[in-house]
Structures are given as C-alpha cells and as structure tokens.
Design a protein around this ligand. Structure first.
Ligand code: HEC
Length: 130
C-alpha cells in the first residue's frame, strides 16, 4: 500500500485492514452528487489536455490516457479514473509520488490536473468536456 496519503492516520490508532475494507466498500457504493467546480484557466487546461492525450516526446512524458483510458475513464479495479477528479487531488498525488513524471515541471502537473478536473464523466452533472 502507498504511504503518501495516510499521514493524518499515521499513529497507533491507524485503521485496521478490516476498517480499510469496510470503508472502501462503503465509498464504492455511495452514489454522491457532485458539487460545482470553479472553471480552470483555459490555457492551462489546453496544455493539460495535450499531456493527457499525447504526452510529450520531447520531455519523455507518456500520455496519461495510455494507462488511464480515453478521457481518463480508468479501468476498474486496477487503474483509477482521473476524469472529473479534483485538480488538487491529482496535483497532490503527482507531487507526492511522481509516477512516470519525474521530469515534469510544476506547470505540467498543474496543467494536467486542471484538464482532468474539467473532463466530465458524469453526463448527468452537466459539465463540459473541452
Ligand atoms: C504506465 C501506466 C500509467 C501512466 C502512463 C500514467 N499512470 Fe497514473 N496510475 C497508473 C496506475 C496503475 C495507478 C494506480 C496504482 C497506484 O496507485 O499505484 C495510477 C494512479 C494515478 C493517480 C492516483 C489516482 C488515485 O485515485 O489514487 C493519479 C492522480 C494518476 N495516476 C495520474 C496520472 C497522470 C496525470 C498521468 C499522465 C501525466 C498518469 N497518471 C500516467 C498508471 C499510469
């Protein structure tokens, strides 16, 4: 298991494996409605879209959609979806553990995070997918 996200729980009262299984099962079944998001900077989103769909040969960055699927829809259960995921969360994950992105700049991380946040995989919530 990854350690990066658990610091808030990192003490002797940490979740047991049973707790983890229970809370995971709970969230998997929740059908939440999504709160509206502030629109991102279009220039950032455009660059992020390029990184997400094409990557950057010059910078040695593989397209995210290669693994995360077209539009970042994911492939359950192994590959998490990115579409519609919060910008801050994506940026945090990438900064913490920089998978395949060791050479990426803060601007590239911000761009790809901004792009995926505005991709809408939940058609009923009415977001745009530019
Ligand atoms: C070679 C395949 C591959 C590529 C390319 C790839 N990822 Fe991933 N990514 C994964 C896998 C597998 C996981 C889940 C397993 C894990 O967390 O170790 C993951 C997890 C993530 C997560 C954590 C999601 C979560 O909900 O925990 C984020 C965020 C992420 N990737 C973003 C990106 C972005 C942005 C790009 C493109 C710049 C990218 N990934 C490119 C394979 C890939």
């Amino acid at each position: 298991m990854r350690q990066s996200g658990v610091s808030a729980l990192d003490n002797d009262k940490a979740l047991s494996s049973d707790d983890i299984a229970d809370v995971t099962a709970y969230y998997a079944g929740v059908n939440a409605s999504f709160l509206p998001l502030a629109p991102a900077d279009p220039t950032l989103v455009k660059h992020g879209e390029e990184l997400a769909k094409v990557g950057s040969a010059a910078r040695g960055i593989q397209s995210c959609d290669n693994c995360h699927g077209p539009g970042g829809v994911g492939e359950p259960p192994a590959i998490p979806y990115l579409a519609g995921q919060y910008e801050h969360y994506i940026a945090f994950e990438l900064q913490m553990w920089q998978r395949g992105l060791r050479k990426s700049s803060p601007e590239e991380i911000a761009a790809v995070a901004a792009y995926y946040q505005q991709v809408c995989m939940h058609a009923e919530s009415g977001g745009s997918s530019q």
